[in-house]
Design a protein around this ligand. Structure first.
Ligand code: CDP
Ligand code: MG
Length: 139
């Protein structure tokens, strides 16, 4: 598998409960390199731009309010097959349907408050990485 980068976010529900330390440990144990990391609160507009692909869906307003409700941890992760491997570690979107021991199974509390985000394809990873990090931060 080729070296790849993906954009991960530890969402406000997980940061508010102090779970980001454990999630970062899981990222390390799984063999990802953390290329860039930032902890801050998103504006509603930033969340709307990030999730533009979902604009118009019934959950868009609540999702972008949730994503701007408190601090997140934004990560650029690198590994062989990083995009699919990070999605595997997160588990299914709905925590109720996520596989045992995945982050969303362990820490997600609803389909919205599912503790983590991950890019779903090389094109979205490229967009999402550049949405939050400059070229200099990604060296
Ligand atoms: O995050 P993922 O790629 O697994 O799922 P998505 O379908 O791209 O949806 C993006 C995010 O919207 C999810 O992670 C959930 O936080 C939220 N969502 C929601 O609140 N209600 C839904 N029915 C579907 C997604
Ligand atoms: Mg998605």
């Amino acid at each position: 598998m080729a070296k790849e980068r993906t954009l991960a976010i530890i969402k406000p529900d997980a940061v508010a409960r102090g779970l980001h330390g454990d999630i970062l440990s899981r990222i390390h144990e799984a063999g990802f390199q953390i290329v860039a990391i930032e902890s801050r609160r998103l504006t509603k507009e930033e969340a709307e731009g990030f999730y533009a692909v979902h604009r118009g869906k019934p959950f868009f307003g609540d999702l972008t309010s949730f994503m701007s409700s408190g601090k997140v941890v934004i990560l650029a992760l690198e590994a062989d097959g990083a995009i699919s491997r990070w999605r595997e570690l997160m588990g299914a979107t709905d925590p109720a349907k996520a596989a045992p021991n995945t982050l969303r199974k362990l820490y997600g509390t609803s389909i919205q408050n599912n503790c983590t985000h991950g890019s779903d394809a090389p094109e979205t990873a490229a967009f999402e990485l550049s949405y939050f990090f400059s070229g200099r931060q990604l060296i």
